[in-house]
Structure formats: structure tokens, C-alpha cells
Design a protein around this ligand. Structure first.
Ligand code: ATP
Ligand code: MG
Length: 465
């Protein structure tokens, strides 16, 4: 057992007034019931760095069931990590139980039903532990400092306070091993470095470099979540630079990686970097950004290249860009679980650009009430920058956007109600399923069309514009 470094209340700058009231209620509630209750993770890190935390996570020696007994307004969630969520209206506070660090040798399922590994990856991790063990299983030292509600001290088992002062990101334990265990940590390292302006320490940096290829094994839905956090953190351009440096971008988006090639500082690299700067600017200005706009900005250059090649082969310009957009969006979820609606919207944003900007924006009117129109206009703003006539086209598009309310296309098509079965009548399974599927394919009531992911060749393209 290691003796932690304890920083007294007077020696650090976190005050309980900085902590969200709901998190304080949870911390005090657990403390009053005799449990240890610490603020943990990003909340402590951000407060120490003088930033406003996005959320406050609580960690305790109470098991999830005990947490549930203390707070009636709570629910247990998660399989990989069993957690309690305590609800306060729309706010919820995540409460985790101290966990122990496990490794491959301990992963015999029969002996450890709460812990499981597959291909070196941790897929279930519910072995309760001590505060020290819990700190050791976290990703980075800066994420493993605890704030103790009992006496307002900071508890540090891993050198996190020192690293926060030095503004460095350091894996806890062996970097390469920690990346192999959970490859998503590499993306998290990049996010914290970009978003918080921290440096990744040398050994950690080497660990990421050596393990980048393992990202292909990571859970696709977690990767989708993480890359949204990464690119919407307000420092997408910096994050992109780091992803390229570590060879992580081509693991996330192989298509884009292929188009970019390995050489740094090419025109193509600058194009993606500028696109992400545009995204950062939008965020800073408080403008709406969406996953579909993000993917359009990322893939736009590659789509345009592919479309230009098709045009050279004699394909109509509008069809060429549409087909290229379709093809890239179909491959978008090779490594990340991008929802169909997002891929579809991305294809729409990119696929309509030719029509949007041709003839000085005059052909755009017919698109103005489409749900993707505002994002398509935002994309056009980026792609037209510095081009002749851009100001007039953008003025026209903005005017259209201001005067047309986009149709709401985000809802899922509603399922047709099954007619009530007459008493004694046999159940009808097949026809109902088929009808619903057909409705879904037509886009139901929303007018949205499923991206026909299997039919992208030019002759079959269902060009809806
Ligand atoms: P933010 O909430 O600002 O995105 P965070 O560090 O709080 O950043 P969370 O996803 O909320 O991120 O996770 C809370 C804490 O859980 C982290 O600070 C870290 O200590 C731990 N953690 C999260 N993900 C991992 C992981 N993949 N491996 C190990 N520990 C992790
Ligand atoms: Mg957090």
C-alpha cells in the first residue's frame, strides 16, 4: 500500500462552492451514511487547471446497490462498468464504486465473473477495490486525484498533482500496456492534450505511437462517442494534428487516411486542418455544429477528389459528387459506429453542394426546406472561402436559410400501428414486418431516405436532388 500525497484544504484552490450543487448533495449524502465519498476524474482535474468542469463524477466505497439504497432517485446502469446514476431532474450524477486494477493473468472467467478480457481488451471490469486501487486503474495521473468531501483535502496516489502543475499527460502504469488494454485511451490522451493545452509526456507518447494499430480493435460505438468529444472540444484542429502525428487518424477513418497519405503538410492535410479550424470557429462563435457537419468537413476533400475523377471520365458533375459522397459515407462506419442517420445526413450535405452553389446559388431554393439545408450552407461557407463570387452565393444561401424553416427530419420514421387482432384470429408476423420495412425504406413520414449503402455505383444511384 502506498501512502498518498494529501494536500490540505488551505494548500489547494478547490472550494466546495466550485462544485455543482447536485454533486455536493450526493457527496454529503454518502458521507452522512458512513461511506467514503470523493469527487474524482475530470471534475477535479478541470478545477485544478482553473477550468469549468463539464461534469462531476463521484467515487465511493458504497456498492452500486448501497448507492441505490441511499438515493431513491437513482438507477443502476452499465455492464462493462456497473454504475449508479443519481437523478435531479435533467441533471444526473454518476457514482462509481472504487474498483481494483485487474490484469490478464487474473482474467479466468470462472474465478472472476466480474472481470473479463478478450483479445487483451478489458470487456468487463466490476471488481471492487480500495481508493488506491481505483486511482491506479484510471487512465492518466491528472485524472486520478480525489477530492475528499469529509475534510476537503486532495488525495493523490499517482503523482497527478505534480503532473497538473507541470501540465503533462502521463499514463498510469506501463503506457503501451494501458493502450492495449483499452485503445480508446489513446484518443482520450489526444483530446486532453488538445483541449487543455497539455503535453503528452515522452514515455506515454511512445506508448501511443507503438500501439496506434490497436485502435482497430476498439469498440466502435465507444470510438464514435469519443471522437465526437474529441472533435467538438473546441480544439479539433490541434486534435487532428496529434491524430496524424500518432498515426491514429487512419485507424479511425481509413478512407480519409488513404486520401491524406503519410506525408505531413501536404495541400490535402492543410485542407482538413482548415476544415477543422472552421469547426472550432463555429464552436467559439456559438454556432450549431453537428456530427454530420463534422464528417462532411472531414471527408469533403476526399469526396471532391473522387468526384473530379468521375467528372473526368464523363460523369455529370452533380451525379459525380453525389456518388462520391455516398461511397465515402458508406465506409464511414468501418471503424466507428456512426449512426445511419448521421451518415445519410453527411452524404446529403456533401451530395447537394454542386446544386447549392451553382448559378450563384439560384438553384438552391428547392433545397431550402430540406432538414440538412443549414448544415449544407455551413459547409458551403467553408468550401467557398476565398473563391470568386463566394460572398454573393453565401448572401443568397443565408437569405434562403433565414426564410425557410427546415422540415424536421430528425425523428425516426414512426412504425405503423398493428391493427388489433380479432379474437381467435391467427397472429400475422411476416406481412407486418415487411410493410414496416418498406415504409422505412421509403423514409416513412419524414421524407428522409435511408442511404442505400449497397448501391453506390453510378448507374444505380438514386439521385433524389
Ligand atoms: P470529461 O468529463 O471532461 O470528458 P473525464 O476525464 O471526466 O473528462 P470521463 O469519461 O467523465 O472523462 O471519465 C471520468 C474518469 O474516469 C476519468 O477522469 C478517468 O479517471 C476515468 N476513466 C475514463 N475513461 C477511462 C478509461 N478508458 N480508462 C481508465 N480510466 C478511465
Ligand atoms: Mg467526466
Amino acid at each position: 500500500m502506498t501512502t498518498p500525497r494529501i494536500l490540505e484544504r488551505k494548500d489547494h484552490k478547490i472550494s466546495r462552492h466550485d462544485i455543482q450543487s447536485e454533486a455536493l448533495t450526493v457527496l454529503y449524502g454518502l458521507h452522512e451514511h458512513g461511506f467514503q465519498a470523493y469527487l474524482a476524474g475530470g471534475g477535479v482535474r478541470d478545477l485544478m487547471l482553473g477550468r469549468k468542469p463539464k461534469d462531476f463524477d463521484v467515487v465511493t466505497n458504497a456498492t452500486p446497490n448501497e448507492v441505490k439504497r441511499v438515493f431513491r432517485n437513482s438507477r443502476l446502469i452499465g455492464r462493462r462498468f456497473r454504475l449508479a446514476h443519481v437523478y435531479f431532474g435533467l441533471t444526473n450524477i454518476e457514482v462509481a464504486t472504487f474498483r481494483a486494477l485487474q490484469n490478464a493473468e487474473d482474467s479466468d472467467d470462472a474465478q472472476q465473473p466480474h472481470f473479463k478480457m478478450r483479445d487483451g481488451l478489458v470487456v468487463r471490469d466490476n471488481v471492487w477495490g480500495t481508493p488506491e486501487e481505483d486511482a491506479l486503474r484510471r487512465d492518466f495521473t491528472i485524472n486520478a486525484v480525489f477530492y475528499n468531501i469529509a475534510d476537503f483535502t486532495l488525495i493523490d496516489y499517482v503523482g497527478g498533482l505534480e503532473d497538473l502543475n507541470a501540465r503533462v499527460i502521463r499514463f498510469i502504469g506501463d503506457p503501451a500496456m494501458r493502450c492495449v488494454e483499452d485503445p480508446v485511451r489513446m484518443i482520450r490522451a489526444v483530446r486532453f492534450a488538445a483541449a487543455l493545452g497539455l503535453n503528452i509526456e515522452q514515455a506515454s507518447s511512445e506508448g501511443i505511437m507503438a500501439s496506434a494499430g490497436r485502435l482497430a480493435l476498439a469498440d466502435r460505438s465507444r470510438l464514435y462517442e469519443e471522437i465526437q468529444k474529441l472533435f467538438f472540444c473546441g480544439a479539433a484542429q490541434a486534435a487532428y494534428g496529434l491524430l496524424r502525428y500518432y498515426g491514429l487518424l487512419e485507424m479511425l477513418l481509413p478512407d480519409l487516411g488513404l486520401w491524406l497519405g503519410r506525408k505531413p503538410c501536404t495541400v490535402r492535410c492543410r485542407r482538413v486542418s482548415d476544415a477543422l479550424k472552421f469547426l472550432d470557429d463555429c464552436k467559439r462563435e456559438g454556432r450549431t455544429v453537428s456530427p454530420a457537419l463534422l464528417f462532411a468537413l472531414l471527408l469533403g476533400g476526399a469526396v471532391e477528389t473522387e468526384a473530379a475523377e468521375a467528372i473526368d471520365r464523363g460523369t455529370h458533375a452533380g451525379l459525380a459528387i453525389y456518388n462520391a459522397a455516398m461511397a465515402h459515407c458508406r465506409r464511414l462506419s468501418e471503424r466507428i459506429q456512426a449512426p445511419n442517420l448521421v451518415r445519410q445526413r453527411t452524404a446529403e450535405i456533401l451530395g447537394c453542394q454542386q446544386r447549392l452553389v451553382s448559378e450563384g446559388g439560384r438553384r438552391a431554393e428547392a433545397l431550402a426546406s430540406q432538414p440538412f439545408f443549414p448544415e449544407a450552407v455551413a459547409y458551403a461557407e467553408f468550401s467557398l472561402r476565398g473563391k470568386p463570387g463566394a460572398d454573393e452565393i453565401m448572401a443568397k444561401l443565408r437569405e434562403l436559410a433565414a426564410t425557410h424553416l427546415p422540415a424536421t427530419g430528425d425523428e425516426r420514421p414512426r412504425r405503423a400501428r398493428r391493427p388489433r387482432r380479432a379474437a381467435g384470429a391467427p397472429r400475422q408476423r411476416g406481412p407486418r414486418t415487411e410493410r414496416t420495412r418498406a415504409e422505412l425504406d421509403r423514409g416513412g413520414e419524414t421524407g428522409m431516405q435511408e442511404v442505400p449503402m449497397a448501391a453506390a455505383d453510378e448507374s444505380q444511384s438514386p439521385l433524389p436532388f
